[in-house]
Each structure stands twice: as C-alpha cells, then as structure tokens.
Write a protein that binds this ligand. Structure first.
Ligand code: C2E
Ligand code: CA
Ligand code: CA
Length: 570
C-alpha cells in the first residue's frame, strides 16, 4: 500500500487473496473497493486501527481481523498485519503487509468459544458465563431490589442409575433447556451447571415474594409433563434457592448458598424447593470446620473407641463388647458417630478412621481376661467403603497379628448396604475373614431390602436385630411377631441373634422367652471409655431381678439435639 501523495493506495495484493474473494487473479483491487467489501460491523474499527497506525508512523502495530465480502455474497475472515516502510528522510512511504484468509480457523475458534460459553445439549450458558451475567445484573441493580439464584437438580434420570447418559436423558435435558430458553423472555438467566443440575437467576425484583413466585412459575414450567420417546414423563426435582442481598452479594456467593439449600432439599423425602436460611450457613460452616479437623483427627489420636457390653441372656455374663467410635474434638468435646462418620465416608477418611478404631479395639480386647475361655469378643463396625476396598482383609489380618488378639475374638459388623455394590467381591472378602476365623455379624438387620436368597450367599455368623424394632413397636404384638420372624430367619440361616437397643426389663423378658441369647442396650450399660471396661468384663448381670436403671448417661454430642443446645464436655 502506498502512503505517499495523499490517500493510501493498494499497490499490490496477492492473486491468492483476490482469488479467494471470487475475483479474477488479475483483478486490481482498489482501496475503495476493498473498503466497500468489508463487513459493515468491521468498518469503523479497521478505519480507526489504520488511522492510528499511519499517524503513529508505524509505532503502533497494524494488526486486524475483519470480514470481506466475496463475489457470491458470503464473507471471509481476513487477518492483516503490516509495517511501515519509510524513505531516507523517515517519511512513511509504503505499508508492507500480509493478509491471510483465516475463515476456517475463525469459525473453528468461534465454535470452541460457543462450546465454552454454551452447553451444547441445551444451548444454555455455561456456569462461568452465567456467573458473569448474574454479576453484571447485580452491578446495575438499584438499591433494595431482590434477585434470586436457584439450582434445580433433576431426579430419576436414567443416567444416574445406569452411569451413562441415555438418549432419553438427553431428550429430557434438551426439553428443559428449551423451556428455560422460553422463560428467558421474563428476563430469567439460565445455565446447565452439571449433568443433572440447572441454575436460574431471576431479574432484580421489588420483593422476595415476587422472586419466589417467578421461581415457582419457572419450576412449574420445568415439571410440566413432556413427551419422551412415546412416553409421558414428568420430571421431579430438588431445588435450592438463595436471595440477593441477604444470602450473598455476588454471583458466586449466591450460587454457593443455593447449593447449600439444594443439599438440604436433597436430604428431604419430598421433591421441591428449599430456600437458604442462616441456619444452613452455620451448619455448613460447622461442617467445613469439622471436615478440616477430621483430616488430622486420626493423627492427633482424637478418635477413641468406647465399648458397650453385649450380654448373654442365658448366663448373665458379658459375651462381648461393641466398639463404638467417638471423636474427642479439642473444640467441641466428645462427638457421637453421627457427627462425623458420614462426613468421613463422604470425604474418604473412613478407611483411616476405621482402621484406627479396629486397632484400638483389638488392642483393648487382647487385655480382657488374657488366656481365659470366657474372654469376651469385640465387635467392630465396618463401613461399606472399607469392605469395598480390596486391601481391607490384609489390613485386618495385620492389625490382628500386631495386637495378638485371637481372630475368634473379633467380630466384624457389616450392614446390608455394604453388600449391594459388588456382591461377589464382598462375598469373597467375607469368606477370607471366615477362613481366618473371624466372625461376621449382619448389622441393623431388618432395615435394608436384601432378599433372603441374597443374604444366604454370605457367610454370616450372627444377625443383629436393629433397635428400631424394639423402639418402634414397644412391646406390642407387632414387636414380638417381628422378633419371632427374625429369630426364625436366623435359625433358617444358621445364625445366632443379638438384639440391640434393649432399654427395659420387660424387653429382656420378652426376648429371653423367644430364645434370643444376646442383648445389648442402655438397660445394661451405655458405651463406656476403655478404662471403664474391665469392671463390665467380669460383671454378672442379674437376670431375674436387679436395678439396671442406675446407668450414668454418656455425654456425647448428637445430631438429634440440634447444634444450639449441644452439651459441652464437663
Ligand atoms: P450401630 O452399629 O447400630 O451401633 C449401635 C448404636 O446404638 C450406638 O450408637 C449405641 O450407642 C446405640 N445404642 C446402644 N444401646 C442403645 C439403647 O438402648 N437405646 C438407644 N436409643 N441407642 C442405643 P452410636 O455409638 O451413636 O453409633 C451410631 C452408629 O455409628 C453405629 O450404629 C454405627 O453404624 C456407626 N459407628 C459407630 N462406630 C463406628 C465405627 O467405628 N465405624 C463405622 N464405620 N461406623 C461406626
Ligand atoms: Ca454396629
Ligand atoms: Ca446396629
């Protein structure tokens, strides 16, 4: 391009480029023709760059991308870069540049950009775009108004059951995407934040009430019946909502709060929406603190084992003890398992905690009545995640060897839920334990859904009747019928039976009459710390009469009491 003598002129353009524009290679493209062929949206920008470049004398780079119309009316993307060539006096004479056809590359880039910004299945915004848009809306929000962010998690998708996305799910998600697009008319923003979860943000509204009803309207739309593969489907969902400004002042905070509310909704039996409350915040803060502390709890020896006696009703002797984990937390006192076992399972600490409890339990039990025939066994709870770990049997064998406890005095308590994930592997591991001489009890029996034929495949030695059967039915006819049935079942499977949660003398009588040999419960003793166990090892429990009421309550923090009324350790 010549810059001398007034208006810039094109002195040479590669025949390749003119060819691509659908012109004859010999066509001399003029500056004005090129300008006329530029995309109207690019015109102003290129003029500005070129002017800047020329006036700066080549100090600022000439580097632009723009669209040029071809002879068939379509546009091609061109990338031009250039430099100034000056004469001996330093006066700009010519601009030497390269223009490349970057149409394919640009289109590919645009596709990638679209993919990054939009979910391909629904065309809804990806989460980061969604967050940026919500922040933008918040930045222009007038004082006072309210804005809602809601996460909606679909239930019952096949992929959640089958672990692979099915065509049917893709259709459902697509239809919900369409419905959310349609709702964007009411200025609703929407995004797909994970496989089964959508986020929506309302526009700024005058009251929380208005936000609630707009959200309800959106949820009603989402859950309207739809036709999928010839079937009428009505999707169910759990949703969690948060409001600006109370529950967060930025998009991220609002999304987090709505996530907490969603978790709360997820824990509920019914489908529907939960709105964020301050209580959830402190609950999650407490949960986060717990989680952080839990990671180091084992190393700091804060997990301790308490023991609850299991009484042989036929002899009045202590037959064994169940080892129950307690967390002696520096900040919170003695915590019951419902405060941390679930968390440990969720965040992968259960293997370590379980092994620590097992080690403590075996060590303690090795000292009860050394060498005696009647030495009590110790029963240790095994989490499903532990049983599903192939390395678990070896860990148990190692701990036993270290402690010197005979395998015949160890009982592992396994719940039905541990058997469902991979029944074959579970059965193999249980066989290994049996070969080592370890007993295996099926814990919380009656609360799962396992069939008799499934249970008969596992080499159990004992069956523990869940305490809910005693508490739920009291001493009613139901209770005795159920206990009878379970005892029958135990006999059928060749198992002895332990009943948990025995709290009254009457229950003992009922159980003894029905031939239950082992019983465990507050009537005999609460779980006690290891230093208090020895007194219970030798104890002869009065079977006919006696005062079993004088039991010192155990001081542990438990879920049911609620966080605000927690008792501190004395
Ligand atoms: P679980 O295995 O069913 O343990 C029996 C629970 O019933 C214990 O609660 C015990 O304190 C309680 N209990 C005993 N007698 C009575 C009674 O007469 N009435 C009532 N209402 N309750 C009674 P805890 O110690 O809070 O343990 C709760 C659950 O935590 C256990 O239920 C078990 O599933 C789990 N858990 C405890 N320790 C461990 C552990 O080391 N590892 C694993 N994976 N889970 C554990
Ligand atoms: Ca148990
Ligand atoms: Ca149990």
């Amino acid at each position: 391009m010549s810059l001398a003598n007034g208006a810039p002129k094109i002195t040479f353009i590669s025949p390749e480029l003119t060819g691509r524009l659908g012109l004859l290679p010999t066509h001399r493209l003029s500056m004005s023709e090129l300008r006329a062929r530029r995309h109207p949206d690019d015109l102003e920008r290129i003029d500005r760059v070129l002017e800047d470049f020329v006036t700066s004398g080549g100090q600022r780079p000439y580097d632009v991308r723009y669209r040029v119309r071809t002879n068939d009316g379509s546009y091609r993307w061109v990338h031009s870069r250039g430099n100034i060539v000056s004469d001996d006096n330093g006066t700009a004479q010519r601009m030497l540049g390269v223009s490349l056809d970057i149409t394919e590359q640009t289109e590919a880039e645009e596709r990638v950009r679209q993919l990054l910004r939009f979910d391909p299945l629904t065309g809804l915004a990806k989460p980061h775009k969604f967050l940026a848009e919500v922040d933008q809306a918040l930045a222009t929000i007038a004082p006072l108004p309210v804005l809602g962010v809601v996460q909606v998690k679909l239930l019952d998708l096949n992929s959640l059951i089958e672990e692979s996305e099915t065509v049917e799910d893709a259709l459902i998600i697509h239809i919900i995407g369409d419905r959310l697009h349609a709702l964007s008319d009411s200025a609703l923003l929407a995004s797909r934040v994970s496989t089964d979860t959508f986020a929506i943000a309302t526009p700024a509204m005058q009251t929380a009430q208005a936000v609630h009803s707009l959200v309800q309207h959106a949820l009603d739309r989402i859950s309207e019946p739809m036709q999928v593969a010839g079937r009428t489907v009505r999707v169910r969902f759990h949703a969690g909502g948060a409001l600006y400004p109370d529950d967060g002042d930025r998009a991220h905070g609002l999304l987090r709060s709505s996530g907490h509310a969603l978790e709360e909704a997820d824990g509920a039996a019914d489908a529907g929406i939960r709105w964020f409350t301050d209580g959830m915040n402190s609950k999650f803060r407490q949960r986060n603190t717990r989680l952080r502390d839990l990671a180091s709890a084992v190393m700091n020896r804060e997990i301790e084992c308490h023991f609850q006696p299991i009484v042989d009703l036929s002899t009045g002797r202590t037959a064994g003890f169940e080892a129950l984990a307690r967390w002696r937390s520096a900040g919170e006192g003695l915590l019951a398992p419902d405060q941390f076992i679930g968390l440990a399972e969720e965040f992968g600490h259960i293997g370590q905690i379980g092994e620590d409890v097992l080690r403590q339990a075996c060590r303690a039990a090795a000292n009860w009545h050394v060498g005696s025939e009647r030495a009590p066994f110790v029963a240790v709870n095994v989490s499903p995640m532990q049983l599903n770990n192939p390395a678990f049997p070896a860990a148990v064998a190692r701990v036993l060897a270290e402690s010197g406890l005979p395998p015949s005095r160890l009982e592992l308590e396994i719940t039905e839920s541990a058997l469902t994930k991979d029944p074959e592997a579970a059965a193999q591991r249980l066989e290994t334990f049996r070969r080592l001489g370890i007993s295996i009890a099926i814990d919380d029996f009656g609360t799962g859904y396992s069939s008799l034929s499934l249970l008969s495949k596992f080499p159990f030695t004992r069956l523990k009747i869940d305490r809910s059967f005693l508490t739920r039915y009291g001493l009613s006819r139901e209770s005795t019928i159920i206990v009878d049935m379970i005892i029958d079942l135990g006999e059928h499977l060749g198992l002895s039976v332990t009943t948990e949660g025995v709290e009254t003398r009457k229950q003992v009588e009922m159980l003894s009459r029905r031939g239950v040999t082992f019983a465990q419960g507050y009537l005999f003793s609460r779980p006690v710390a290891s230093e208090d166990v020895q007194a219970l090892v030798d104890k002869a429990w009065p079977m006919e009469s006696g005062n079993w009421k004088a039991i010192r309550p155990e001081r542990t923090k438990r879920q049911s009491r609620g966080p605000s009324k927690l008792s501190k350790r004395p």
